[in-house]
Design a protein around this ligand. Structure first.
Ligand code: GLC
Length: 449
């Protein structure tokens, strides 16, 4: 009798402890599944965003210009007549994206103005029926990008200010306040267009936009996510689906502290416009863009850098030059970029850094011309070797201020000679004796000397 009681008790205790531990397993299982789903995105680091639409004809803000009342809807739509795509060369586009070192690209298939860049069967507001381009512009780019081994993302605006069933038209004009029937028709239309895109082009990623105008319930966000994954189980979805996405999308502003999300991507324009604008000459310099890029990867994120082709399909000279300049730099420093993880937290090194996946190589980015040696603080590891990435020169280091009795690591000084500097950002590889370990405590009092 006693024996049985003991057995029950043991089983009960075991059950209780499992009840505690199981959710932890479930959690790690979920994290592991997410990590597997996000793997290529996490390693990719650089993507090129392409905003191409009728707004390039007059060179005005995409969709917002009529929504905000800077010109009438009719005048905005007159641009349909000038959208020729006559020099559109999808192979050249994909080649240039590849040359920049980007691993993925995201094309606007439909912006908030509702003009579809593919031959949608669900509305005649598309470039085939309504513009001199007269053909599907999405398919050829998707194929060309895949030829170049690029992952393909499709940008799709959930809201559509042109659709008669969509409630909002401009900032000051609404089509209706409440109309369940119209709204249902609109949601059906959205699902339909996304089914077309999903089944025809099998995107690796969806880049939604405009979710802020309606709730998750109204978009049927959960059902939409389920459908997208049903059509393509591997698809990655950005955050702009009212809580049903996979990664965060800070816009324009480079994060100052490490974002709390594990997966994120900064989307940023090269000048001040997403689409092509004849009068926007405010291009960031190549050096600025590279420095922003390394800030992103040092905090574990990606950069989705935008270009805006002209209405005839040519990519402006300035944008081509930036992509090519980026290409020279990313090619030389590929080891420090692709597949790396976020580097040292601020305070250990005065600059951005990344770590190899196994955490045994620390990559230090040197965005300035050093005026004296670089310094690493609080590194517990022994440094086995330091070299200049893409150049190979071996560099010396010195450990300074490390008494034998103290557990506080000394300062690691590295001299960087003038002749190894890159014209943009120099990168050093620091090979450690094992996975990086950092000293984060308060220091030590001298108790005997
Ligand atoms: C904003 C704008 C849109 C632009 C997008 C790109 O959400 O609405 O015009 O396409 O950012 O990130």
């Amino acid at each position: 009798m006693m024996h049985k009681y003991k057995l029950y008790k043991t089983l009960f205790t075991l059950f209780c402890s499992l009840a505690w531990v199981m959710p932890l397993f479930a959690q790690t299982g979920e994290d592991a599944a997410k990590a597997a789903h996000m793997a290529w995105f996490k390693d990719a680091k650089l993507g090129i965003f392409i905003h191409w639409g009728i707004y390039a004809v007059d060179g005005i803000d995409e969709s917002w210009s009529f929504y905000n009342g800077y010109l009438s809807y009719e005048d905005y739509m007159k641009q349909l007549n000038g959208f020729t795509a006559e020099h559109y060369d999808p192979e050249a586009w994909a080649g240039l994206v590849r040359e920049s070192g980007a691993k993925y690209t995201v094309l606007t298939t439909k912006h908030h103005d509702g003009v579809a860049l593919w031959d949608t069967g669900l509305s005649d507001l598309n470039v085939v029926d309504k513009t001199p381009a007269g053909r599907d512009l999405v398919g050829p780019f998707v194929s060309a990008a895949r030829e170049q081994d690029l992952k393909v993302g499709l940008y799709f605006s959930l809201l559509d200010w042109s659709d008669p069933n969509y409630p909002n038209f401009t900032r000051t004009k609404k089509r209706y306040e409440q109309d369940a029937e119209k709204w249902d028709r609109f949601v059906h239309f959205n699902f339909g267009q996304l089914r077309e895109l999903s089944t025809r082009y099998r995107p690796d990623l969806y880049w939604f936009d405009g979710d802020w105008e309606q709730s998750a319930e109204k978009w049927k966000a959960k059902a939409l996510r389920d459908s997208l994954l049903h059509w393509n189980p591997k698809v990655i979805i950005n955050s702009r689906l009212q809580g049903y996405g996979d990664y965060a999308t800070p816009e324009q502003g480079v994060p100052v502290v490490r974002p709390k999300e594990d997966y994120w991507e900064l989307c940023m324009t090269m000048n001040d416009s997403w689409g092509y604008q004849h009068n926007d000459h405010a291009y960031k310099s190549l050096n600025e863009i590279i420095r922003i890029f390394v800030e992103c990867i040092s905090m574990g994120g990606n950069l989705l850098l935008d270009i805006g082709p002209k209405a005839d399909g040519t990519i402006p000279e300035e944008q081509q030059a930036i992509l090519k300049g980026l290409g020279r730099w990313t090619k030389k420093h590929q080891d420090a970029i692709y597949g790396t993880r976020s580097g040292m937290p601020l305070g250990h090194y005065y600059g951005p850094s990344t770590l190899s996946k196994d955490k045994t190589i620390l990559y230090l980015f040197v965005p300035h011309r050093p005026n004296g040696p670089l310094v690493i603080k609080g590194l517990k590891n022994k440094v086995n070797r330091i070299w200049v990435v893409g150049n190979g020169t071996k560099l010396q280091h010195r450990i300074v201020g490390k008494p034998y009795w103290s557990s506080v690591p000394g300062l690691c000084y590295i001299d960087v000679p003038e002749d190894v500097l890159d014209p943009e950002v120099t990168v050093l590889a620091v090979l450690l004796d094992g996975p990086m370990e950092l000293y984060r405590e308060d220091g030590q009092v001298i108790e005997s000397n």
